[in-house]
Design a protein. Structure first.
Length: 339
């Protein structure tokens, strides 16, 4: 057969390299690195655990935004996959769902096996922390769509919860307390603003050890702790604090006629947020863009606070930042000076 003048590889797509990556995932996914038979097929088949009487499926999808640009700049890709899993599974547990399976989508200008292997190792780590399985995914080599070395990632998580145990707003009552669970830092929101600051201030991220370490820290995964709290009936509701900050995320779980009254002076912001604040960013901008040190919120009765705190390691021990009151505003932020 004559050589073809036009080939897929000449256009920039290397199928053999993609096959090598799929083979790597198959051999390095799952407990004790047993071969994952789902990887490489057309679809992924998973069982619903038998201990669910009336199982309901909960699904979530998300990405990590422009944090991928920080990973690219620092040439560090082994944590961004943890972020990807975290952004999805931390949403699932808000409704009491146990994460079951995770799928990833990676689009890249040109397959770089070293980079992709590091990415998938992070995804595997995130799945391990979340007690779920990387059941499949897609890697798309897209020459001409992304510039050199650029890529994007998206995640898809599926969980399950018994119908009678779905977490709703209904249990929240007047005088319930709101607890903040500390974040590891910026998590995966607000990076466009951070990168804008770095650019305008001409800060060399590679040479700034503090920023380099802080901005690549992976998002905290709260799955194990929060599911324990639900199982022991210690909390009534919760909220994952992502884009939009405390106000936008808390109001999604507050029932009509009640209000989350937050005392901002109680918040313990991480050092990275104090640094961002010093770059001439207003309080309002900080609060609507970043988690400001609160990665997750729990709503519970006062009598359960000590029991709740015992579930978490010292670094992530929840603390009270407000309470539920009667009101129509959903969320009220008091005392904005907390830096």
């Amino acid at each position: 057969m004559k050589n073809s003048k036009f080939t897929y590889q000449k256009s920039g797509v290397n199928i053999s390299e993609a096959d090598k990556f799929v083979n790597f995932i198959s051999k390095n996914t799952g407990k004790k690195k047993q071969k994952n038979k789902n990887i490489g097929g057309f679809g992924s088949i998973s069982n619903i655990p038998k201990n669910f009487k009336n199982p309901k499926i909960v699904a979530s999808t998300d990405g990590v935004g422009t944090k991928v640009e920080i990973a690219n700049l620092l040439n560090k890709f082994n944590t961004i996959g943890i972020d990807l899993v975290a952004m999805c599974v931390n949403d699932l547990i808000v409704q009491g769902a146990k994460p079951l399976i995770f799928l990833d989508y990676i689009s890249i200008n040109k397959i770089n096996l070293k980079k992709l292997k590091a990415l998938i190792k992070g995804v595997n780590k995130g799945c391990e922390i979340s007690d779920c399985v990387l059941a499949g995914g897609e890697t798309a080599e897209m020459p001409g769509t992304y510039s050199k070395n650029k890529f994007d990632i998206a995640g898809f998580a599926v969980g399950v919860v018994d119908k009678k145990k779905i977490i709703t707003k209904n249990k929240i009552k007047n005088n319930d307390l709101i607890l903040a669970v500390p974040s590891t830092g910026v998590h995966s929101n607000g990076y466009s603003l951070i990168r804008y600051i770095l650019k305008k201030k001409k800060i060399n991220l590679k040479k700034n050890i503090f920023l380099k370490n802080e901005l690549i820290k992976p998002t905290k995964i709260y799955v194990r702790e929060v599911l324990k709290l639900f199982k022991r009936d210690l909390i009534k509701s919760c909220a994952n604090i992502t884009g939009g900050g405390l106000e936008d995320n808390l109001k999604r779980v507050i029932p009509k006629g009640l209000m989350a009254d937050i005392n901002l002076s109680k918040i313990k912001p991480n050092k990275i947020f104090k640094w961002i604040k010093k770059q001439n960013v207003s309080d309002d901008e900080m609060l609507k863009t970043f988690n400001c040190g609160v990665g997750f919120c729990l709503i519970a009765e006062k009598k359960n606070v000590f029991k709740i705190q015992k579930i978490f390691k010292k670094k992530f021990k929840p603390y009270v930042i407000g309470k539920i009151l009667s009101g129509t505003k959903k969320v009220r932020l008091n005392e904005k000076v907390f830096w």
